[in-house]
Each structure stands twice: as C-alpha cells, then as structure tokens.
Design a protein around this ligand. Structure first.
Ligand code: FES
Length: 128
C-alpha cells in the first residue's frame, strides 16, 4: 500500500451517485506528475475506486464513459482485450492481465458523501 499523505480527503461525489453495480463516476488524478483518469463504483454496497488503467496495457478500460462492469455486472472488464478484475480488490481473475491488479484508490464514505485519499504518489489533478 502506498505511503499515506497528510493531504486532506478529496470530495468525489455523493453516495447516491454510486448505484449498486451501476455506472462509475470518473475523476482525474495526477500520478507521478502524469494526469490519469480514475473511477469509482459501488459493488456489494462498498464504494471502490481504481485508476482507469489496465494491468495488461496501460490504457483506459471503459467501453463507454463510466461503463466498466461486464454484462452480468460481476467483474470490472477491460474493453480492449477482455481482462476481468474482481471489483472489491482489483485483482485480475481472467485474461491477459494475468496476476496483475488495478491500482486502488482508498475511499471514505460518510454522511452521504464519498471522499478519496490522496497519497504521495496520487494527488488531486488541480495541484502541481
Ligand atoms: S489492454 Fe486491457 S486487457 Fe489488454
């Protein structure tokens, strides 16, 4: 797990914006000084977030904006070559991602709002 940073939590969205196994909410972060898209979705009641970057080839995975889950709404699926990831852990379960995993962004949900945790490596997009 990346080292925590004392930066304040960043508001991401309202809890109600993340419907169970619904469309993801996308947001922008800076990782290692490069802009990267990230996404959050709700699965089994839990809000989770990852960088939108496949473990196979570092490209964005959604087949339409915010659509990451497969037809059965069971796995996060990369639209490029079909890698499937466990939604709660980001671990690859099948496909060319092999033993890879998505880069997780820690979330906190409280009082109807979802916040993400910046780290030393992953920071809000509006900062240098
Ligand atoms: S780029 Fe995602 S499976 Fe190949």
């Amino acid at each position: 797990m990346p080292e925590s940073d004392p930066r304040p939590l960043q508001r991401l969205c309202a809890s109600a914006d993340l419907a169970e196994r619904g469309k993801a909410v996308s947001f922008d972060v800076i990782q290692w000084r490069e802009p990267v898209r990230a996404f959050a979705l709700r699965y089994e009641g839990q809000a989770v977030a990852y960088l939108n970057r496949c473990a196979h080839v570092p490209t964005e995975m959604d087949w339409q904006e915010g659509e990451f889950l497969d037809r059965d709404r069971r796995y996060i699926m990369c639209s490029i070559h079909g890698a499937a990831y466990e939604p709660l852990t980001g671990h690859c379960v099948i496909g060319p991602c092999q033993r890879g995993r998505l880069t997780k962004i820690e979330l906190t949900e409280r009082e109807g709002e979802v916040y993400w945790h910046p780290t030393r490596d992953t920071q809000p997009a509006f900062e240098d």
